[in-house]
Write a protein that binds this ligand. Structure first.
Ligand code: C2E
Ligand code: CA
Ligand code: CA
Length: 275
């Protein structure tokens, strides 16, 4: 982490992301943002927990408004989900992220992209596959993180939709595990290869024995079911030590790096990989 921080330098995402409670994005603005390509992925690195080797990046959407500046996804993803704009938005993020990943072909790193649970349109799986093969990136390098936002989900439809992605070679990750709607039944039945422990448990590992028990239990569950476990929201050495001891596979968080704009994440990866 010391080295990561010194590599990070000045440009890391500071506090320029707008407060998620700002209600400034409406549907018209979102339509315009998609049309004019104001939405771009930022990239947050992911590391192996035991050896702290860089193993991939997660793409996180930002709306870069020419007047208001950077707007956080919490201010526009729920709106995108309600209005159906989430599909063009996802395609844009995936395409930019895949093009970005192409520049790191020399390194064996993966890319994670977030999908909303409301995105059960079967055509989307084909569109994502078309996009990744158009740019020569194998779906095996891409993990789709499914966030738990849609309450009204038909389980059979979800199974069909996830299986489609899996057959095409994408990896699937169950995001925000431990909060929301995921159940053990779902975990056993659906074709996930990873679970992500939500940052609300990881963030207070130092203060809360309850969070420690929950994290350890999720890691044990992942191991028992043959799933990789990633912890998000690692903010200090204490959390990292706890997770490593508990057998967690991968970690992500401000302790290593905040999400970075593409050019900076590229420069950072090259510096990191050269020593
Ligand atoms: P998420 O997928 O659970 O992503 C983790 C969030 O935690 C990100 O917030 C990330 O910037 C933040 N984070 C990372 N490390 C730390 C840390 O150490 N401490 C703390 N406190 N936070 C940390 P962000 O980028 O604001 O994204 C919020 C949510 O918006 C994401 O949560 C995801 O659910 C959604 N989202 C973001 N991009 C997309 C997208 O392209 N498509 C969809 N469908 N959802 C997206
Ligand atoms: Ca995620
Ligand atoms: Ca989360």
């Amino acid at each position: 982490p010391e080295m990561f921080r010194s590599l990070l330098g000045a440009g890391a995402e500071k506090q320029q992301v707008r407060n998620p409670t700002d209600q400034i994005v409406d549907e018209d603005m979102l339509v315009q943002a998609i049309k004019e390509c104001w939405i771009e992925p930022y990239f947050q690195p992911k590391f192996t927990c035991q050896t702290q080797r860089l193993c991939g990046f997660e793409a996180l959407a930002r709306l870069n408004h020419p007047e208001f500046g950077m707007i956080s996804p919490d201010s526009f993803i729920p709106l995108a989900e309600r209005t159906g704009l989430i599909t063009p938005l996802t395609l844009q993020i995936l395409e930019s992220a895949v093009l970005w990943l192409k520049q790191l072909d020399a390194y064996e790193i993966g890319l994670a992209v977030n999908l909303s649970r409301s995105q059960t349109d079967p055509a989307l799986a084909d569109q994502l596959l078309t996009l990744s093969s158009k740019h020569g990136v194998s779906p095996g390098r891409i993990t789709l993180e499914v966030t738990e936002t849609a309450q009204h989900q038909d389980p059979m439809q979800l199974l069909e939709f996830l299986t489609r992605y899996r057959i095409q070679g994408f990896h699937l990750s169950l995001d925000d595990f431990g909060v929301g709607y995921s159940s053990l039944v779902e975990l056993a039945r659906l074709p996930f290869s990873e679970i992500k422990i939500d940052k609300r448990f990881v963030g207070n590992l130092a203060q809360s024995t309850e969070s420690q028990k929950i994290c350890a239990a999720i890691i044990g569950l992942g191991q028992a079911m043959g799933l990789e476990v990633t912890a998000e929201g690692v903010e200090n050495q204490h959390a990292l030590d706890f997770l490593a001891q508990a057998g967690c596979d991968k970690v992500q968080g401000y302790y290593f790096s905040r999400p970075m704009p593409g050019y900076e994440a590229l420069r950072w990866s090259r510096q990191y990989s050269s020593g």
